[in-house]
Unconditional design. Structure first.
Length: 712
């Protein structure tokens, strides 16, 4: 049952709450003080069967004994008692709970798993929102509700930022960093092991909040892919930006996450492909995430990709240009009309260009500074204007404060995105943080590189949404092959089986035959024509050439018989069961690519393409896209990100190869794995791209199946 927004609301604005397991000291004490110091308007009641009184207030033996049924329950008991408390909370009409105990749901078996199952059974079918277990609580600034287990000071002003994460520590550090920067936060949620409400639930909830402009999520794992996709689509529809900080870049990190929250973590490359499809901004570090919140929470959305900058230093102008080149941000040339207007204002001491160096004159003449910024914001070629300016340290630094107020005044009257940025990252004083809170329409960024990186990430998220691949039903022959492969213990296909599947989905394979004797071998070679290639047919070995199980360029019958004998000897020497020998034509020329797909535990099937053959392991030239969105346009866009595409298009006067055939093979690979979800990994290496108009041929394939029930 989907949890209603009204139930989620009670996690942030409950009228009545109960602290179960209340006792003086410990987490209860911290939560009580947070509620009191931040002006929580609701009533707080205490439950503990072992106590009669805390802080001079009555304590009740159970939730059912309370005079006022709670909307929200903070569950502060040990893990073994949590299921009973949740059952009672639902029975008395509570709509939500926060569960802090950490020994629940972090393992797939044993006592933790049993407790998780009991809680799952209790909330199944109930309209009940729950964060945790293994979380640190939540807060909502405007209601003063803060059931965090760490001290927090909320700013009750309207705020455009919400932060949600599976790691309570990360979310608390992020909230404090934003507070110190003067970037107000509306909500913070620590979801923990997500046995109840997930990150996706909160994305969808905050997307409907008109006051929230940007949501940052910290993800160890996506618990429910379809719910996450649905939530991000909802956010895009309402114009709410989603910034994702995601772990999963190494095997060690993925194992750590599994131990921490019991989550299965997929590859970061697959997650990037999902983000690109959904318009989610993937921050590579928490610091990047904080910078993006400072940008997206305040500056307007750019009307186009054009970027201009105003600086006071020629050195900074050079630094910002270098950062722009690294991150793919282009400072477009000024139009003649814009140049004329600026030259009239800056007769000397400045550099009229983009970035615009206004020099000492801009520093000392506020009206010149304002007019330069205004001219750039009015220029139709720019959707974003960056202005070098620091937050003031105190009231005795009036220039920077005055200039920032001028920027804010311009920002209120334009549809151009305007952000101030500093040369370096700096500590912000309490005065500076309060000053920043008054800047509602201006992003305030720190550091040249981080400011430019934030612009680049935001721009990428504004690309059109990915299309949807048309679903294809598998043929009877394809299903029969899958059934045959899945019947084996290792569920690995032989090369002929893999190629048969490719052929069923329209990917070209060479004419070839499997021979089991010398007479069959000679007949097969005569049918395909010399020169030929011989390959051992076996599902036991992936890299056959390493074991001498491949013979190339066989020109005649004598060489064919000798090659056959060598393969037989090599298979015997390597203890590889030989199921036959594949006879296929020898191709020359063409460009070798790799084309493949794999099932990612979080994202589903992804398709990869890049430099193939021996180059695959030497060059970092692989791009990845989601199979479900692998339309022809998407496939072509992905292929154009590879280095090998320059060769395909005719590098330095060389011949052009069949790009259209490669993109067609990419879409057909996507169709194959969406139609056959059992496919765990398939790799065509090489896919040989022939001259333009002649197609692309899959010369070798490795395919293995997986048990999808383990990944549901």
């Amino acid at each position: 049952m989907a949890v209603s927004s009204d139930s989620i609301r009670t996690l942030f604005d409950p009228k009545h709450i109960a602290l179960v397991g209340a006792q003086e000291g410990g987490f209860t004490e911290v939560i009580r003080r947070n509620l009191s110091s931040n002006g929580f308007r609701g009533t707080t009641q205490f439950v503990n069967p072992s106590r009669d009184e805390v802080w001079g207030e009555r304590v009740y033996a159970s939730l059912s004994a309370l005079p006022q049924p709670p909307e929200h329950v903070a569950v502060l008991v040990s893990a073994k008692h949590v299921p009973t408390v949740i059952e009672e909370a639902i029975a008395v009409g509570a709509k939500s709970a926060t569960v802090y105990a950490s020994e629940i749901g972090g393992a797939s078996e044993g006592p933790e798993a049993e407790l998780a199952a009991q809680i799952g059974a209790a909330i199944a079918g109930a309209d009940f929102a729950m964060t945790g277990p293994n979380c640190l609580g939540n807060f909502a600034a405007q209601t003063g509700f803060a059931n965090l287990t760490a001290k927090i000071e909320l700013v009750p002003d309207p705020a455009p930022i919400a932060v949600v994460g599976q790691s309570g520590g990360v979310i608390l550090f992020a909230a404090r960093a934003l507070h110190k920067r003067g970037a107000p936060i509306a909500y913070a949620v620590t979801t923990g092991n997500e046995l109840g409400s997930t990150t996706a639930d909160f994305i969808e909830y905050f997307a409907d909040d008109e006051g929230v402009r940007v949501i940052m999520v910290f993800l160890e794992a996506i618990r429910d892919r379809e719910a996450f996709i649905r939530a991000c689509v909802a956010a895009r529809r309402t114009g709410t930006s989603v910034v994702a900080v995601k772990i999963g870049g190494t095997d060690e990190v993925r194992e750590s996450a599994k131990a921490h929250t019991g989550a299965l973590v997929g590859s970061i490359e697959a997650f990037d492909a999902l983000c690109e499809d959904l318009g989610v901004i993937r921050a590579h570090t928490l610091e990047e995430g904080i910078e993006l919140l400072n940008l997206l929470g305040h500056a307007k959305r750019p009307r186009n990709d054009g970027v201009a900058a105003v600086v006071y230093s020629g050195g900074l102008r050079s630094l910002i240009l270098e950062a722009a080149e690294e991150h793919g941000v282009e400072f477009a040339a000024l139009r003649d009309e814009t140049v004329s207007e600026l030259e009239a204002l800056l007769p000397m001491g400045g550099h009229v260009g983009n970035p615009l160096d206004i020099g000492f004159l801009g520093l000392t003449r506020p009206e010149v500074f304002s007019r330069c910024v205004q001219i750039l914001t009015e220029a139709p070629e720019f959707g974003t204007v960056l202005v070098q300016e620091n937050l003031p340290d105190n009231a005795r630094t009036p220039r920077s404060g005055g200039y920032l107020r001028r920027i804010e005044d311009i920002a209120r009257k334009t549809d151009t995105s305007i952000s101030a940025f500093s040369l370096l990252k700096e500590s912000v004083t309490g005065y500076g943080a309060q000053f920043r809170r008054e800047l509602r329409d201006v992003g305030v960024l720190q550091g040249v590189d981080d400011a430019i990186a934030a612009l680049a990430r935001e721009r990428a998220s504004r690309q059109p949404s990915a299309g949807q691949l048309a679903m294809t039903a598998p043929t009877k022959a394809a299903v029969a092959t899958i059934d045959q492969v899945s019947s084996r213990p290792d569920a690995v296909a032989s090369e002929p089986e893999g190629k048969a599947l490719l052929k069923e989905f329209g990917i070209t394979v060479p004419p070839e035959f499997v021979a089991h004797s010398e007479s069959e071998l000679l007949a097969a070679a005569g049918a395909v024509g010399y020169p030929v290639v011989l390959k051992a047919v076996t599902a036991e070995v992936t890299h056959k050439s390493d074991l001498g199980l491949v013979e190339l360029g066989i020109a005649d019958e004598r060489a064919l018989v000798d090659a056959y004998a060598r393969i037989a000897q090599a298979s015997s020497r390597s203890h590889v069961a030989l199921e036959g020998v594949l006879v296929t034509p020898m191709f020359s020329g063409g460009v070798e690519l790799i084309l493949g797909a794999k099932y990612d535990v979080e994202v589903g099937h992804v398709v990869m393409v890049g430099s193939g053959g021996l180059l695959t392991e030497l060059h970092d030239d692989i791009v990845i896209g989601r199979a479900e969105s692998m339309t022809t346009d998407r496939a072509e866009a992905l292929l154009r990100r590879t280095k090998i595409v320059r060769v395909l298009e005719g590098y330095r006067g060389g011949p052009a190869y069949d790009v259209a055939a490669v993109t067609a093979a990419m879409t057909r690979m996507a169709e194959m794995v969406t139609a056959l979800p059992q496919v765990q990994v398939i790799e065509v290496n090489p896919l040989l791209a022939l001259r333009a108009g002649r197609g692309a041929v899959a010369l070798d394939v490795v395919l293995s199946l997986g048990d999808r029930t383990e990944r549901s």
